[in-house]
Design a protein around this ligand. Structure first.
Ligand code: TRP
Ligand code: ZN
Ligand code: CA
Length: 438
């Protein structure tokens, strides 16, 4: 507080001398945006994820034992996932491509809402190899991403970012589907991606807990989830670039993901910290006919499904910024009765680096006998107006409230003003004080 008081006194003195109380003609009008805190992530029901795996197994069994690109079992898998998403309110798009002479499919599901210029995408490849049903590789990632998307719908989630989900075709032929998707994104669309989260093999029967070592924020989010469980993680090293995140990473999109291991062998040290069997592959059925519903470690699948929800719930919302410095002006400013020009109470902000945060807080204290007379705006240093009050409240006395303003496009340092205009005759009052917190 001592910081704010000293700055405040300096501000008032300087402005009184400089005569900056004259009304300005602001160029643009912006609305205050409340920044919602991220709600608590849900526990993704393991039973629901496993029910999807049972369906994918049935699909494989009914279609020659696999769900491979170009085979009937792949299209049936796509149809299953799409129907669930359509029923849950997603906007789904089936993207077709050709690979090895066969039609391939990517399924894209958009959750309506959020900032279209900030897209958080989560995905998994849905195809198997031809030798088996592909339940760990990659029914596991596909089912967990599907159930997390359904949890988004159940929660009626309103994240600040736009959420998108993807199921890729022909990954096993060399990331074909995800490459096709990314290559067909116009440059401007690629730039809108806040991140891509990949889930390929997350229920290995002899599991390790691997986090991709890519975008630091995404990586840290997964590590935070695992730290909360008290389960150690390692960096994923079993072939970086061997799954669909590589397609996104190649065009500069921040990526991350989880993995429980494929054909590499679990070491003694890993078995000590994670349990399971040392000297044995993380997935002995990798790319073989025994990759069935029996080839899943429930604990790993459960933890990683919850980790997906944790990541989407945390990364999907604007980062809460801890309160920075405050600046206050407690000098009274009379608000003359209408008709009259707007009055201002200025605050000079200095010593704040960069732009104001999306969570810039404005505390308003106006003494008045009829607040329905008043229009109150925050005026940024460049003249941009952020409306804080527009005649609501009718005959109520006084405006004492705190408003969060998304002022992230404004340089913090400079002269900010609380501008008040009385637009109806009779009642009068004064600005008692106001404060801005970055
Ligand atoms: N589907 C991948 C593959 O067949 C499995 C895999 C191997 C993987 N190494 C990986 C997935 C590393 C993610 C990260 O190659
Ligand atoms: Zn895979
Ligand atoms: Ca009045």
């Amino acid at each position: 507080m001592s910081l704010s008081v000293s700055r405040r006194l300096a501000a008032v003195t300087a402005l009184a001398v400089a005569g900056l109380f004259a009304a300005t003609a602001p160029a643009a009008l912006a609305s205050p945006t409340s920044v919602a805190a991220a709600p608590t992530p849900p526990d993704i029901p393991l039973a629901n994820v496993k029910a999807h795996l049972t369906q994918l197994q049935s699909i494989a069994t009914a279609n020659g034992g696999n769900r491979a690109h170009g085979r009937a079992g792949y299209k049936a898998s796509i149809d299953y996932v799409k129907a669930k998403l359509d029923a849950a309110g997603f906007t789904t798009t089936l993207q077709t491509f050709t690979s090895s002479g066969a039609t391939g499919y990517n399924l894209i599901a958009d959750w309506p809402g959020g900032d279209p210029n900030s897209v958080l995408m989560s995905g998994a490849h849905l195809d198997s190899v031809t030798s088996g049903a592909g339940i760990n590789d990659n029914g596991s990632g596909s089912a967990a991403v599907l159930e997390t998307a359904l949890a988004v719908s159940r929660a009626g989630l309103t994240p600040t970012k736009h959420l998108r989900f993807g199921w890729w075709g022909a990954e096993e032929l060399g990331l074909v589907g995800s490459k096709y998707y990314v290559n067909n994104l116009p440059t401007a669309e690629r730039a809108k991606f806040a991140g891509y989260l990949n889930f390929d093999m997350i229920g290995s029967p002899n599991p390790g807990y691997f986090v991709y070592d890519d975008d630091p924020t995404i990586e840290q989010t997964f590590k935070n989830y695992y730290a909360g469980l008290g389960v150690p993680t390692e960096i994923e090293t079993e072939g970086d670039g061997r799954s669909d995140h590589a397609s996104f990473k190649n065009v500069g999109i921040p990526v991350g993901g989880l993995f429980t291991g494929a054909s590499n062998t679990k070491t003694a040290a890993q078995a000590t910290k994670w349990g399971g069997t040392s000297g044995q592959a993380f997935d002995r059925c990798y790319h073989s006919s025994c990759d069935t519903t029996a080839n899943i470690n429930d604990t790993a699948l459960d933890r990683n499904s919850d980790a997906i929800a944790y990541a989407i719930w945390n990364l999907g919302f604007a980062t809460p910024v801890p309160p920075g410095p405050s600046f206050e002006n407690t000098a009274d400013v009379t608000i003359p009765d209408s008709p009259a020009a707007a009055v201002n109470s200025p605050i000079t902000v200095s010593g704040v680096t960069g732009n104001a945060p999306a969570t810039t807080k404005v505390d308003v204290n106006i003494v008045h006998t009829y607040i329905g007379d008043l229009v109150v705006d925050l005026v940024a240093p460049d003249g941009t107006l952020y409306n804080l009050h527009n005649r609501t409240g009718g005959s109520a006395d006084n405006i004492v409230k705190s408003v969060t303003v998304n002022a992230s496009s404004e340089v913090a340092n400079g002269v900010w003003k609380l501008q008040v205009k009385d637009v109806a005759a009779q009642d009068v009052g004064y600005i008692n004080s106001w404060k801005i917190t970055f």
